[in-house]
Ligand binder design. Structure first.
Ligand SMILES: [Cu+2]
Length: 179
């Protein structure tokens, strides 16, 4: 009981912005559990960035992620992106939604489906925590924390990110990538 009260108090303080949790925490909305939210640090002048979350659906009904948005001080807007092989290249495409099957999980990751931050205001720095607003068809709207990770922390997890980041800058988002 005591723990419950403390948790509730902490949640309230977090909601009004007094407590900054050190770790991006998991968030529950309806039958969805959202966790492991992160974004990748950006270089000065880099216009766009990528962010990721895991969404587990413990319900009996499928749900859909319809949109993502960010604090205006962080990024102008957000898009849902997927990666597709086209003519031997990986191309990013905006999609209208991501499906989360009943009992299933949506796992966004570098080189695959991701959240795109368009029009970044200040470079994202590793260690920072930013907020993203996710809008689901059934579960509604929820704000989640995204921990900003260093590029080097993300790259060691797989070779696919390389293509991903290359495409971010060679593709419709502008500048060439430097590695
Ligand atoms: Cu993208």
């Amino acid at each position: 009981m005591k723990k419950l009260i403390l948790t509730a108090a902490f949640g309230l303080l977090t909601a009004i912005g007094i407590v900054q949790p050190a770790q991006a925490k998991e968030t529950q909305v309806g039958s969805l559990k959202i966790e492991h939210g992160f974004a990748i640090e950006t270089r000065p002048g880099q216009p766009n960035g990528a962010a990721f979350v895991d969404v587990a659906n413990r319900g009996k009904q499928a749900d859909r992620l319809l949109s993502v948005s960010f604090d205006k001080a962080v990024a102008e807007r957000g898009e849902l992106h997927t990666m597709k092989h086209e003519g031997g290249k990986m191309i990013m495409r905006e999609v209208p939604k991501f499906e989360i099957q009943a009992g299933g999980k949506l796992a966004l990751k570098p080189g695959a489906d991701h959240l795109m931050m368009i029009g970044i205001k200040e470079p994202l720095k590793a260690g920072q925590t930013i907020k993203a607003t996710l809008k689901f068809e059934n579960a509604g709207t929820v704000v989640v924390d995204l921990k900003v990770k260093a590029m080097s922390d993300v790259h060691k997890h797989g070779h696919d990110d390389h293509h991903h980041n290359g495409q971010h800058h060679d593709g419709h988002h502008g500048k060439p990538a430097k590695h």
